[in-house]
Write a protein that binds this ligand. Sequence first.
Ligand code: NAP
Ligand code: F7E
Length: 391
Amino acid sequence: MSDTLNPKKIALITGLTGQDGSYLTEFLLSKGYEVHGLIRRASTFNTGRIDHIYTDPHIPGTRLFLHYGDLSDSGQLINIVYNIRPDEIYHLGAQSHVRVSFDIPEYTGEITGMGTVRILEAVRRSGVKTKFYQASSSEMFGATPPPQNEKASFYPRSPYAAAKVYSYWITVNYREGYNMFACNGILFNHESPRRGETFVTRKVTRALANILGGRQKKIYLGNLYAKRDWGFAPEYVEMMWLMLQQDTPDDYVVGTGESYTIKDFVEKAFEYVGIDIEWNGNGKEEKGKVRSLDKKWEGILKAGDAIIEIDPRYFRPTEVGHLQADITKAKTILNWQPRTTFDELIKIMVDYDMKLSCLEPVGEGIKICHAKDFSYTNHEYSFYEKIREIR
Ligand code: NAP
Ligand code: F7E
C-alpha cells in the first residue's frame, strides 16, 4: 500500500475526525499523499480517531495537517481550498445521525446540505482544479423498495436524507455546469470498531462488552425490524479514492448486496460470545432474554435475564424499512467486490469492543481483520491524547 507518489498528491478531507475520515486519512497517507483535514474547535479533544497518526507539524516529513474550520463558515473554506490547492477533496463532514436530524432539522440542513455547496463554491471561486468526492448516502433512497442502484429514485425519510439529496444534486449540478470532476459515492451503512457509539451496531457491540464486563445490565433499542446493508468501513473509504482515480467522474452505489435486521445483528453479536438470545412479547413490550450462556459468563448473567428492551425514544417519526444495494455498476466499472461478510463484521466489532473494555476478545474478528490486509490501520482508537496546537 505504500506506493509513494511523485510528485506528492494533496488531499483535503472534511470530517477527518469521523469514522470514515480517520480510515481515509490512514489510507491516503499509506499511498504517499499529503493530507489536510478540517477540524472543528471543541472544548474537549475530538481527535481520538486520528491521534495515533498525528505528528507534530514541526517534524520534517510530516504529511498530515489539521486546520480549524466549520462547514458553516464559507470564508475559512475558501481560504483553506485556495491556500492548500488540493488535488482531491473528500467531503465527508456532516451531521450524520438520522435520528438526531429530527431533533435538529435546520442545523442538519445547514451542515449536511448547505455545507456541500459551500465547499463546491470554495472550489469554483478559488479557481483551484481539484477532484471532488461527495459522501452521499443510501438514506436518500428511503422508502424506495430494494434492491437500490444508481437509477433508483430518491424518497428521503428524514431531514438528514433530504439534506443529502440536496448535496447529491448540487454535486451533479457543479459537475455538469462547471465541468468539475465531481462524484457521488452512494454508500450503504458501513461500520467498524470506530463507528460512532450511538449508531445501532456500535451501540450493541459496546453494550455487549459493558454487560460482559459487569458495567451495564441491559440495552434499550428502537425498531428491531428495519433492514440494513451493513459493510466494513475501511473497504468503503478505498472506494471513495477509487472513484476519483477514474478517467471520468460518475456516481456509484457501494454496499454488500445483503441485508439483515437489527435483531439479526443483536443475535449474532451475542451468539459470537456464547450467549443465545430468545425473544418474547410484541411491540414496545418485546424483550430479548438469555436462553443459554457459556459457563464463563455465569456469575454475570443467567438464563432468563432480559438484556434487550425497547425504548420508543429510539423510534423515528418516519423510518427507512429496507436498504439493500445493487452493486452491479461498482463491480463492473470499478472491478470492486466487498471483502468482509456480515458475520465477519460483527466479530471484528465485538472483538475490538471487548478489548476496549479490557476483556479477553474471542479473537476471530481480530484475525479476520489482519487476514483481509487492511494493513494501513489497526482499527483501534488511540489511547494517547497528545497536547497540540494545530496551527
Ligand atoms: P461521522 O463519524 O459522524 O463523522 C462526521 C464528521 O463530520 C466528523 O469528523 C465531524 O466532526 C464532522 N462534522 C460534523 N459537523 C461538522 C461541521 N459543522 N463542520 C465541520 N465538520 C463537521 O460520520 P461517518 O460515519 O464517518 O460518515 C462520513 C460521511 O459519510 C458523512 O457525511 C455521512 O453522512 C456519510 N455517510 C455515512 C455512512 C455510514 O454508514 N457511515 C453511509 C453513507 C454516508 P467531529 O468529529 O468534530 O464531530
Ligand atoms: O440506525 C434502528 C434505526 O442509526 C440503523 C448513518 O451513518 O447509515 C447511518 O444511518 C437502524 C435504523 O443508522 C436503534 O431505527 C433500532 O432503522 O445505526 P443507525 P442509519 O439511520 O441507518 C446511513 C447510510 C447514513 O448515511 C447515516 O449517516 O437501526 N435502530 N434501535 C436504532 N438506531 C439507533 N441509532 N439506535 C437505536 O437504539
